[in-house]
Design a protein around this ligand. Structure first.
Ligand code: PXG
Length: 288
């Protein structure tokens, strides 16, 4: 595999960064996870816009145009002969001295890995996930805007471990007010009667690209979808539920904290949305 590191494509074994990179020392950086479907990068422009906004929020100046970033991503796929896969694109504060100040970092570091991806095992798409609420809360916006896709994922990682300790693959994360924010790497949708509800980004949800695509599909199909604050009670009593994410796509949830969602079977609307999503990923992409 060829990996792009700081201006060059190198063999995977040669893909190395400095131990003085502040991305490693402090988690000082931003990233994106992007899918390649049949030679098309899904919603590349949206991912790059989110990356630019994440960088702006942490005052990390990107010395590359959006087109230059897009070219690196597409070239990474071509170099590896990939037609389907997952792209991890990372920008770090760069190499500096020991000490928090980013002033010692003169230029950002950049890494692009184009690889394959493992989804949730197939049985969860047909039988649905069982999840629990994690004790670890989503990042408080007064500490770090949770919309920033930064290299600091520790609280989400802790929540993921809490899920695993409870025998689950995913966990629901609440914000500091106790409202539902999202899962550890996926956004949340629930249905009550004919209305779909999803937490707004100001409740601590990342503005997921998959979430946006699913909302577009719903609105085009004339479905009712509302961004609103959600309590756990509303999740427990929902008629249907699914999660969205670049890796997971659209995955059904059938149980939360021991409460069965709907009748415990995978919802038909969820299955239809997953099918519609598979249709648009082949239309809504940038050819590499
Ligand atoms: N919330 C969070 C916190 C995320 O990190 C999503 C929602 C979904 O957003 P997209 O744009 O992908 O629809 C994400 C992104 C992993 C992994 O290895 C997953 C994400 C990020 C990093 C790693 O499972 N999901």
């Amino acid at each position: 595999m060829k990996v792009y590191v700081n201006g060059q494509f190198v063999d995977e074994a040669e893909a190395k960064i400095s131990v003085f990179d502040h991305g490693l020392l402090y988690g000082d950086g931003v990233f994106e996870g992007i899918r390649l479907y049949d030679g098309c990068v899904f919603r590349l422009d949206e991912h790059l816009e989110r990356l630019e906004k994440s960088a702006k929020a942490i005052m990390l100046n990107l010395p590359w145009s959006r087109q230059e970033l897009a070219d690196i991503i597409c070239e990474s796929c071509r170099q590896n002969g990939l037609k389907n896969g997952y792209i991890r694109f990372i920008v770090t504060r760069g190499v500096g001295s020991l000490g928090l100040s980013p002033k010692s970092c003169t230029e950002p570091g950049i890494i692009c890995i184009a690889d394959t991806i493992s989804l949730y095992p197939e049985e969860f798409y047909t039988q649905g996930l069982r999840i629990i609420t994690a004790p670890t809360r989503r990042m408080n916006p007064a500490a770090l805007a949770p919309m920033v896709k930064s290299l600091n994922y520790l609280n989400n990682i802790l929540a993921k471990m809490e899920a695993q300790n409870g025998g689950c693959l995913e966990a629901l994360m609440l914000n500091d007010e106790g409202y539902v924010a999202e899962c550890t790497g996926d956004n949340v949708f629930i249905r009550h009667h004919d209305t779909w509800l999803t937490p707004a980004y100001y409740a601590g949800a990342l503005k997921g690209v998959t979430r946006g695509a699913v909302i577009d599909i719903m609105r085009e199909a004339g479905m009712n979808v509302v961004e609103t604050n959600l309590t756990r009670y509303e999740v427990w009593t929902a008629d249907e539920m699914f999660l969205t994410g670049t890796a997971a796509e659209v995955i059904p949830v059938v149980e939360v904290d021991g409460r069965t969602i709907g009748d415990g079977s995978v919802g038909q609307q969820t299955l239809d949305l997953l099918q519609s999503f598979h249709r648009i990923v082949r239309e809504d992409g940038t050819q590499i």
